[in-house]
Structure formats: structure tokens, C-alpha cells
Design a protein around this ligand. Structure first.
Ligand code: GCO
Ligand code: MN
Ligand code: MN
Ligand code: MN
Length: 386
């Protein structure tokens, strides 16, 4: 009946179900809920875990003793309700100190403060048992490039990530780090705007094996890209360390819609890809209820994200068992044992034989692959009539 259990590995951020509906044009539309209460409610709904930024839990100006008592109360709630904290991250965007970047600020004092704040937040995450540490560089970017720091800031960013990876090792935290790309918002142009750019950057780090990506449905969509393609590239590179699920209209401001709410077909192909890929990490929803909603709407939102995921997971199983669909899929692919031999491994003989071979170009161009029919069958399956 599509009721989630912890085995489904669904997680939410404290900042997601805790979102109060504030936007750049308007005040909050619902009261803030305390972290222990959010933990209780998420557990009741069948979630597996909860993720957080340092300041989702501990206010930035809290004293050491205030911090300790807030953390103790939170840990009690986690153990009372059986929720885990698989991922932690740093808020490096809210405070005005970070208005022109954190690790990429032109002010060395801001960069050092960002390192300090992140180490403390990594300590908190480790205390809560987090295995994945996310870097979303929301303020790492520019509105104007007159500052001339484009090459410098990539170096600063790299130095910071190298430093923090060493810190994690020196503390024995064993974190895996996940960079979360986004093209814009809050900055006009955020550095490392897409999954592809993050993957390229990771290869330049001192310990690339400790770094992967945390792709988000909305972020690639904002960039006009196909999210499943980005996720497939991350999987292929062995770099899918975490994933942020939500939905988004293309070409709009960051909407953080309920998973599957806007582009159900895209959400289906994503679930199918994830479930068939062996990805064993959290299915994290980085989204929030519409600003129109009250608390009941927040829980309807959270339940809806998980339910839609599970429905698509079932649809993916149905897709795999549908004989007409499977026949269309089989017909789509053409294999040729002799050509596999020739093209599989390079040898001068294979190259010569391949160069000498005659291909029936007209026949290749004339073949209909059956994609219209296959896609229609998929649609009918999704629409519930198969
Ligand atoms: C956004 C981002 C954030 C990050 C979060 C965790 O668009 O605001 O997606 O929600 O995911 O900061 O790193
Ligand atoms: Mn986002
Ligand atoms: Mn967002
Ligand atoms: Mn996100």
C-alpha cells in the first residue's frame, strides 16, 4: 500500500519539513517546528533518517552549553524514534559574513571562518553518526565578474576541500564528501553549476576518491538539463554519493516541489535508473511544502514524496515484467557477434578488417527503432491502464 519503512532509506532535511514558507516577498506562513518534533513525525511517517545543516539544529549564536543541551535533546529524540542522521552539511549561506562566498570569498578571513565553521559542523555530524558530508556552495558565485577572481576562487575552493578531507581523516570521521552543484540562486552564477562541472573539479582534488556528488533534480532542471542523464554520469563515474529528490519547472526560480509533482515521467525514469543501478544510499527529499500549506499540508507533502517514489518503484518492476514492453526493448537493441569481435578490442587486424567492411548505410538509416510505440506503452503503464 505504498507505506514507507526505514528499509526504503527515505530521508528529509530538518530544513525541508521545517520550512516555514518564508520567501523573498513574504513572511513565514506557518510556525517553526522544533527538531525533536520533526524527528517524531518523520519516524511516524516511515522515514529512515533526517539530515541537517549545523544551524538547522544549533543557532549560530548559541553558547557551548546551549549547543550541548540542544544536541543532547536531539539525540534523545533520534533514539526514542529510531531515526538516523546519514548526512550532515554546513550553513555557509545564511549569515551576511558569507554574502560574497564562503570558501571562495575574496576575503581570506571569511575563507578561514568558513573552514572553522565547517570543521565544527563536521564534529557535530560525526557525533550524530553521519557518514556523508555535503557541500552545497550556495553563495560560492558572483553577480559581477569585475572582481577578477575566477581562477583564484577555484584554487581557494580546492584548498578548502583538501584541508577538510585531511581534517576528517585526522579525526577518524571517515566521511565521504558530496559536492552539490546548482547553476544559480541565491547567486546569479554559482561556481561548479552542474554535475558535469563538479565531476571535473573532483578530479583535481588531492584525494578525489573521498569526493563524489549530490545531484538534485531541481538544480539540473533549472540549468535546462535532464536529471537522469546527470545521475547516470555520476553512477558511471562511481561518484553518486547522495541524491536530492524534488521537482521543478524548467526555466523558473528554485521551486523545491514535492517529488514527482511536476514531471512525473522524468521522476519515473529516475527511480527506474536508481533502483536498477545498485545505488544503496539515502533517498533524500530536498523539497518543501507549498507556501500555502499549514502543518497538515507539510505532512501531506512528506508522505506524498515517499508514496510517489514507491509507486514509481512498483511501476519500474511492472515495466520489467511487461512482455510487450520487454519485446519492444529487445527489438530496440541490435547486437552482432562478429562486429562485437571486431570493435571490442583494438588490434591492427581488427582495425583493417573494420575499415574494409561494407555497411548498408541506407538500411541503417531506414530502420525504425520503435521508440514511439515503446514510449506510448510506458505512458500507458504510468497512466495506470496496463
Ligand atoms: C538549495 C539546496 C540546499 C542544499 C542544502 C544541503 O537549493 O537550497 O538544494 O537545500 O541541498 O544546503 O546541502
Ligand atoms: Mn535545491
Ligand atoms: Mn532550494
Ligand atoms: Mn539540495
Amino acid at each position: 500500500d505504498y507505506t514507507p519503512t526505514p528499509a526504503d532509506k527515505f530521508t528529509f532535511g530538518l530544513w525541508t519539513v521545517g520550512n516555514t514558507g518564508r520567501d523573498p516577498f513574504g513572511e513565514p506562513t506557518r510556525p517553526a517546528m522544533k527538531a525533536p518534533y520533526l524527528v517524531q513525525k518523520l519516524a511516524e511517517l516511515g522515514a529512515w533518517g533526517v539530515n541537517l545543516h549545523d544551524n538547522d539544529l544549533v543557532p549560530i549564536s548559541a553558547s557551548a552549553s546551549e549547543r550541548d543541551s540542544i544536541v543532547a535533546e536531539f539525540k534523545q529524540a533520534l533514539s526514542d524514534h529510531g531515526l538516523v542522521v546519514p548526512m550532515a552539511t554546513t550553513n555557509l549561506f545564511n549569515d551576511p559574513a558569507f554574502k560574497d562566498g564562503a570558501f571562495t570569498s575574496a576575503d581570506a578571513r571569511v575563507r578561514a571562518y568558513a573552514l572553522q565553521k565547517t570543521m565544527r559542523s563536521m564534529d557535530l555530524g560525526a557525533e550524530l553518526g553521519a557518514a556523508t558530508y555535503v557541500f552545497w556552495g550556495g553563495r560560492e558565485g558572483t553577480e559581477v565578474d569585475a572582481g577578477g577572481k575566477l581562477l583564484d576562487c577555484l584554487g581557494w575552493f580546492r584548498d578548502s576541500l583538501n584541508f577538510l578531507a585531511e581534517y576528517s581523516e585526522s579525526q577518524g570521521y571517515g566521511y565521504r564528501f558530496a559536492l552539490e552543484p546548482k547553476p544559480n540562486e541565491p547567486r546569479a552564477d554559482i561556481f561548479l553549476p552542474t554535475v558535469g562541472s563538479a565531476l571535473g573539479f573532483i578530479a583535481t582534488l588531492d584525494k578525489p576518491e573521498q569526493f563524489g556528488v549530490n545531484p538534485e533534480f531541481a538544480h539540473e532542471t533549472m540549468a535546462g538539463l535532464n536529471f537522469s542523464h546527470a545521475v547516470a554520469q555520476a553512477i558511471d563515474a562511481g561518484k553518486l554519493f547522495h541524491i536530492d529528490l524534488n521537482d521543478q519547472k524548467m526555466g523558473r526560480f528554485d521551486q523545491d516541489l514535492r517529488f514527482g509533482a511536476e514531471n512525473p515521467k522524468g521522476a519515473f525514469f529516475l527511480v527506474q535508473l536508481l533502483e536498477s543501478s545498485g545505488y544503496a544510499g539515502p533517498r533524500h527529499f530536498d523539497a518543501h511544502a507549498l507556501r500555502t500549506e499549514d502543518e497538515a499540508g507539510v505532512w501531506a507533502f512528506a508522505r506524498g514524496c515517499m508514496r510517489t517514489y514507491l509507486i514509481f518503484k512498483e511501476k519500474a518492476q511492472q515495466f520489467a515484467q511487461d512482455s510487450e514492453i520487454q519485446a519492444a526493448l529487445a527489438a530496440y537493441r541490435v547486437e552482432d557477434a562478429e562486429l562485437a569481435q571486431l570493435t571490442g578490442t583494438f588490434s591492427p587486424q581488427n582495425a583493417e578488417a573494420l575499415k574494409a567492411r561494407t555497411f548498408d548505410r541506407a538500411a541503417l538509416g531506414a530502420r525504425g527503432p520503435g521508440l514511439e510505440q515503446l514510449d506510448q506503452l510506458t505512458m500507458e503503464l504510468l497512466l495506470g491502464i496496463r
